[in-house]
Write a protein that binds this ligand. Structure first.
Ligand SMILES: CC(C)(COP(=O)(O)OP(=O)(O)OC[C@H]1O[C@@H](n2cnc3c(N)ncnc32)[C@H](O)[C@@H]1OP(=O)(O)O)[C@@H](O)C(=O)NCCC(=O)NCCS
Length: 191
């Protein structure tokens, strides 16, 4: 599904999602704090997830990665991140992330993983624009996206239902030039 990426901070690494990750992905997607922020219901079984995985593999417009985090000397899989709806013709893709293990949250893992993914998206993957959609009340995710440099582009009113209730969905995007500008600032800060 895509090359393996290695974190600059050294504690976060991405590798392509594999069929062997099925149990972990099903567990994370069914975690209540994750399930309530997703637009589609969680897979009910390992088999259901593997059917999705096979469709995604054949579809070819998606690259999904496992987020590996090294803490106290041991590396553990803590979530997934990826690009979907990759449309080379338009140079765009949709970004999505989840840290499925709540104890791994709030420690900069999502931010580091996202930086790796965006470096890849605007570097080797050659994209012009990466966009995302999130429930308007997902404060943690929206804060992460602002910190990464995503710009709020609009609100899709009552765009998706959660527990049967229509909810607003925020659309955010970041352009290649904006990301490369931020990457230059990061390098200047380190110099
Ligand atoms: C959103 C999510 C990916 C953030 O992961 P994380 O590893 O905890 O995020 P980080 O530690 O890298 O934090 C990145 C930024 O987000 C902020 N943030 C993280 N959790 C937050 C919270 N609960 N409330 C407010 N801001 C929060 C951090 O403060 C940080 O910003 P800062 O640099 O200004 O401090 C994680 O909470 C998650 O997986 N949630 C469930 C699934 C989900 O909502 N996915 C997104 C669907 S659109």
């Amino acid at each position: 599904m895509g090359p393996s990426l290695t974190g600059t901070l050294g504690r976060v690494r991405l590798r392509p999602l594999a069929a062997e990750d099925a149990d972990a992905v099903v567990r994370w997607r069914n975690e209540p704090s994750v399930a309530q922020q997703m637009f589609s219901p969680p897979p009910v079984s390992r088999e259901a997830h593997l059917r999705w995985f096979e469709r995604a593999r054949v579809g070819g417009d998606r690259e999904e990665f496992i987020i590996l985090w090294r803490a106290s000397g041991a590396e553990a899989a803590v979530g997934t991140i990826g690009l979907s709806h990759i449309e080379p013709q338009h140079g765009r893709a949709e970004y999505g992330i989840l840290i499925g293990d709540p104890s791994a949250r709030g420690q900069g893992v999502a931010r580091a993983a996202s930086e790796l993914l965006l470096d890849y998206a605007f570097g080797p993957r050659g994209l012009e624009r990466v966009y995302l959609q999130a429930f308007a009340d997902n404060a943690a995710a929206l804060q992460l996206y602002v910190r990464l440099g995503f710009v709020r582009e609009g609100v899709l009113r009552r765009h998706a239902r959660r527990d049967g209730e229509p909810r607003d969905v925020v659309v955010m995007g970041i352009l290649k030039d904006e990301w490369l500008g931020r990457a230059r600032e990061r390098t200047d800060d380190e110099a």
